[in-house]
Design a protein around this ligand. Structure first.
Ligand code: ZN
Length: 332
């Protein structure tokens, strides 16, 4: 088990959990959109407790607000899109969402000047650096979690994914590509800011040259280049620097899963497993979860953790019992 109590409060897997966090200051990232190829910039601002991650996108009629929620997902084929894809939607939110969840940030207001997140180098590294630049601020409100109580599973052909009850936040991601450089790769880990920063955040998106050429003809991936993706051609990696890890591919799929599951709105206490998953599967498991009110509950950090700490220590009695939080199940 990963719990320890210290003078700062409860820790789970090294992450301060007892209070919600936001950024200590505003920070801007500039880059290009991978699909439009045009300039894209985003500014992240500190936000109040319980506000979650909220995007404000500029349109000709002013800013349109979109919650970073699975309920706002409107497309998952090339990337995860929130909101109306023809008007005020925002594409490719997953790498920012992964950085925010991976680094343990609960509340941010993001202003974005166009339809797409900047792709940066195709990983979450620039977002982590931006977060590090301004630092985190601890808020007075307790962190809330979605705790998985019952297994939920989604199957599509030979792809599957599931959420299982688990005392922590664990990912177990398997990919299987018919490609000499990829093949079958599996990564299983407990999510901590340290693990995310060191082992996940720098893993870049990837694709075959042939697929990119097809997308170009359709007007997509116009900004895609060796600067922001690992390009595969036959059994070769075209990037002169090669891959950052031999299993960079499953690490990136893990990054995407962290970002997509962050659209649950709160951190998940549970184990997410997926086989041949992707944005669509990651979205479908959240739909499955929230369809079934018996499968989850919302708990506050210290209540959930004290109960589990007591169980770890072999106490028969719960400390204060386990309570559903007082707020309504707005995510159901
Ligand atoms: Zn990705």
């Amino acid at each position: 088990m990963y719990l320890e109590r210290n003078d700062k409060g409860w820790n789970i897997m090294g992450m301060r959990v007892e209070k919600q966090t936001t950024l200590a200051d505003s920070v801007t990232l500039n880059g290009i959109g991978v699909h439009s190829g045009g300039p894209a910039s985003i500014t992240l601002h500190p936000a109040d407790a319980n506000s979650g991650i909220v995007f404000h996108r500029s349109t000709k009629d002013g800013y349109v607000e979109t919650e970073a929620s699975w309920k706002e997902v409107t497309a998952t084929s090339l990337c995860t899109v929130l909101g109306d894809p023809h008007d005020s939607g925002i594409s490719t939110v997953e790498h920012l969402m992964a950085a925010l969840r991976g680094m343990g940030i609960d509340n941010v207001t993001a202003y974005i000047d166009g339809p797409e997140m900047p792709i940066m180098d195709g990983s979450s590294e620039a977002f982590v650096e931006a977060i590090d630049r301004v630092g985190l601020k601890t808020l007075s409100a307790k962190r809330r979690y979605i705790r998985v109580k019952e297994k939920v599973r989604y199957v599509s052909g030979d792809q599957w994914c599931e959420l299982n009850p688990f005392d922590g936040t664990r990912f177990d991601i398997t990919i299987d590509f018919d490609h000499a450089k990829i093949g079958r790769q599996q990564l299983k880990f407990d999510l901590t800011p340290e693990f995310f920063r060191d082992e996940i955040s720098r893993a870049r998106t990837f694709g075959s040259v042939q697929d990119v050429e097809k997308l170009w003809k359709l007007g997509f991936a116009m900004g895609s280049s060796l600067e922001n993706s690992v390009a595969l051609d036959g059994d070769r990696v075209l990037n002169p620097e090669g891959t950052r890890w031999t299993d960079e591919f499953v690490r990136h799929k893990s990054l995407d899963a962290i970002g997509d599951l962050a659209l649950a709105g709160l951190p998940i206490l549970g184990e997410y497993r997926s086989y041949k998953g992707g944005h669509r599967m990651n979205h479908c498991i959240l739909v499955e979860l929230f369809k079934n009110p018996d499968a989850f509950e919302i708990v506050e950090a210290d209540v959930a953790l004290e109960e589990r700490y007591a169980r770890e220590k072999g106490h028969a009695e719960l400390i204060g019992g386990l309570q559903a939080a007082a707020f309504g199940p707005e995510v159901s």
